[in-house]
Design a protein around this ligand. Sequence first.
Ligand code: PRX
Length: 655
Amino acid sequence: MSTKWVVEDKENKNVFWPSDEMKKRAWLSDESFYEEGKADPVKFWEKRAEEALEWHKKWQTGYEQDKDKPWKFKWFLGGEINASYNALDRHVKAGNGGKEALVWVPEPTDEKPKTYTYKQLYDEVNRLAGAMKKLGVKKGDKVSIYLPMIPEVVVSMLATARLGAVHSVCFSAFSGESLRDRVEDAESKVIITADGYYRRGKPLDLKKNADIGASAPSVEHVIVVKRTGLDVAWDEKKDIWYHELLRDADDYCEPEFVESNETLFLLYTSGTTGKPKGIVHDTGGYLTQAYWTTKLDFDLHDDDLFWCTADVGWVTGHTYGCYGPLLNGVKVLMFEGAPDYPDAGRWWKTIEEQKVTVFYTAPTAIRMFIKFGDQWPKKYDLSSLRILGTVGEPIDEEAWLWYFNTIGGGCCPVIDTWWQTETGGTLINSLPGVGPFIPTVAGRMFPGTKHILLDEAGNEVEEGQSGYLAQVPPFAPGMLRGVYKNEKKFVETYWSRFPGYYDTSDGAVRREFDTIRVTGRVDDTMKVAGHRLSTAELENAINEHPLVRESAIVPKPHDIKGEVPIAFVMLKDPSKASDGLKKEIVKHVDSMIGPTARPHEIYFVDDVPKTRSGKIMRRILRSLVKNDPDMGNLSTLMNPECVDELKKAVGFKEG
Ligand code: PRX
């Protein structure tokens, strides 16, 4: 595409602004929404909810918040809505059933991409919903979805939502144990899974993991999509093939309209302690934010093809791989495989072949492609691209500029979206027709939402200073409504440090042009290749190994993944330390959580630094793995002598 969408700042300060052409095309190119949102955020979102969605029944009250318990807030009270109706029926009824909704690119290169029109997707969702209804799934029931990146994952989410039931998607690379934890917590009646999927050319058996999840007592049925044809274990009492179920299903299933604040989905995410928590998202508020952030962040128009590379197992895949684009009636691309299979040109080839216009990925992927070399993207015609997005962790300047220049040809704005599983949709990023686009700076607050930066004492910081990022009420419509079955954790985690505000657990800096630069987590979680990982969860998993006495996990910077977990492991019998045991611990983590949580390095040590009350001083371990000589004050430690031993273990270089 020859059009120059962005122009560089004249002063050459790496501050980019939209061109006039970009402004002309964009849904939003001025301050109108920002001003409207500032003047009356509730009215702003009420207007947006009306424009975005078809409501079965209009709400009576826009927003309500408990005076003493600010975490008890509701949007669009009394309104009735159905998510699948809005994603599909609406477009079909408007005569757009023939429009393409989804193109699926399978990993094997000898398999052709498969396209679904809105009507085809509608038909399949109706059939699956009807079949699940016959199996006894009804409003409020939980359905766990443990599927790879195949179209049936979107069909399953929408079919569940059609029944007013609640989906809980579990990332397919998570272990069977992880699935079982989630199924047990949610008390899911049904699991939808597959016989397997392709990864790097090989079919992998997913069913054997799903069966571990299916051993949870609440599970009545396991619906299995045939993807690979692998010979999988079969339980006649519970297991049903997806295609057989659909074959006998009715063509139409009436959508169940639910009150706006009823739950659309649960999504489990890592916290600072113990097991992952089930983040609760409502229906009307979430859909409103999903619709508007997708439309405005990526300036989506009718002829766009949107590719969000995130797996549907993560929130990004929920909002920008499924709900957001479909609500907007736009075509979305789904890719099954590994980004570098069969070679490092696979993504760029896909963009060329499918003519992707909007591409949304994570900094970790960008850094990986920088390492592979420019020859890969240079081989392909990427001129269909119009807008680039990034999410999941702070993006460094080098990666930003490479993405902008090498992938976007210097023409596409890079939309650096800050948000979280908890926020449901993006909250801080600049918009394509408004700007500014500054490397490493997420950008402006989404219209109708407000964040502030606070110091330890809860006072707002000045421009240029860093602080804790907190959200100001009225809370954005897409915000979480709870931690499933655990209000105590909900209140403690998000609403205690700064009373009256939502605590994001991120640090940030206020920058020029009303922008915010998010610097990263300030709690004991880390971002590994963009995935949130809890140090406590990983420690718990390692500690469950019979030979382990205790362990401590800290993040270490990594040039592609951003951060990787480093494990300090203390054995019950130190003489058992061996490379074989390291491998065993890694295997143990794979089975307890999944390969995404694998420790990058394991050090067997006798002791780790502790306070006099026995608390592990992770700060010192963090400095050790970074080879940072500034370890702070060691005099308060119970066991300062262990630091020298640890230095030897990690190969610390003095001076
Ligand atoms: O630390 C922030 C980081 O990712 C965290 C949220 O992780 P998760 O719930 O897994 O959701 C990821 C996808 C929405 C945040 O607390 N983060 C996300 N996006 C950015 C970011 N940090 C800096 N810049 C971003 N654009």
